[in-house]
Ligand binder design. Sequence first.
Ligand code: PMP
Length: 458
Amino acid sequence: MRPNSLLELDRDHLIHPVTSFRGHEARGVTVLESGQGMFLRDSEGHELLDAFAGLWCVNVGYGQNSIVKAAADQMTRLPYATGYFHFGSEPAIQLAARLAELAPPGLNRVYFTLGGSDAVDSAIRYIVHYFNATGRPAKKNIIALERGYHGSTMMGSGLTGLPAFHRNFDVPRPWQHHIPSPYPYRNPLGGDPAAVIAQSVAQLKAKVAELGADSVAAFFCEPVQGSGGVIVPPPGWLTAVRDACAELDILFVADEVITGFGRTGPLFACETESVVPDLMTVAKGLTSGYAPMGAVLMSERIYAGIADGATPDLPIGHGFTYSAHPVSAAVGLEVLRLYTEGGILANGQAVAPRFKAGLEALTDHPLVGDARSAGLLGALELVADKTTKARFAPDLRLADRLAARGYANGIIFRAFGDGVIGLAPALCCNHEEMDLLLARLALTLDQVLDEPEVRRSL
Ligand code: PMP
């Protein structure tokens, strides 16, 4: 099919996620055709270094043939098996067991979803069920962080703390509450990590006191906030909020949809501080984007509370047709093998210091106010004034300028509207590819700086 007819078909029929409908009609689609390792190729023949692993998900890189084979073998043998009526499939059982083995200790029970949003939604449903079944039905409120992202379902988008995901959607709903993000770069206490941590704990306690301790079910957070601008809390923050939740008698839920599967270094970001959440949500790197899948992992305490609760003999009415899809599970098993036996996790850890040093070096650039990273999850925050940390005016459309220049320079990253460039290269990245990524990023920054409208707004 000729690219321009594809362009027209796309404009006339395909609705794109998290995109302005009219804006997309005017701009048109960029059709991605193939991928190999760190690189994508579009329908016009451009080779693009993917510095964002698709949507921070293709952690093992493109073109991993062993995954293709695992999927094809499973699809040939049995493309679908329901999990209803006590049925199951071998890869789903094996993957649940493998995840339980690899996850923080005690998270032994796994419910598979299709992605991250429905993992968050499922976690919320199980939490509601748990407190109802264990005789504390008043515990319904959930607290999350401003600038957090927890998906696009009605519940997940309400827990999300980003106005762009609330606008016109009538969320947050009752039960959904927010406390400020630790955000060291924009926190007046940012220079004092202990003070940032103490502040978050105090804010959580104050919110619980305001809502009434008996009415709060859980606190959800990302160990590193991704879509809110790659906000890396100070070391010790995760432990402190986890401990506060235990003290407050509320469940602690770690949303590791982005941070899981080596993105920040270890297999799960919680491992960095040996934090064990009550529930954990994962997706993205679980299958590395080769097939859709997410999961909720829960402790035995939650599982037993639901299992032995008010109506132990009746079905627990939560399920998707594609829960524990066998093809996705077969993909997940092979992806986990690649991280561990295939050396991809270790490779990501080896290249991460180069990434960190490269981003930090870019703080000398006139546009860059902050560089931050955890493993291969990183960001540059661009500011119009480094002293006041003033953001660029929205009508400058800095994100569009960055994305357009990046594309022309053969690099894809996430340009957020508030001037943050999000980066999440695949964990298979080698040193030369990392240097190329950093060079193309620097060139892009130089070119954007040279645009007269940008210069004038400095
Ligand atoms: N939680 C977090 C932390 C995420 O980053 C995302 C997706 N970016 C989600 C949930 C939702 O996942 P999905 O897009 O797979 O539904």
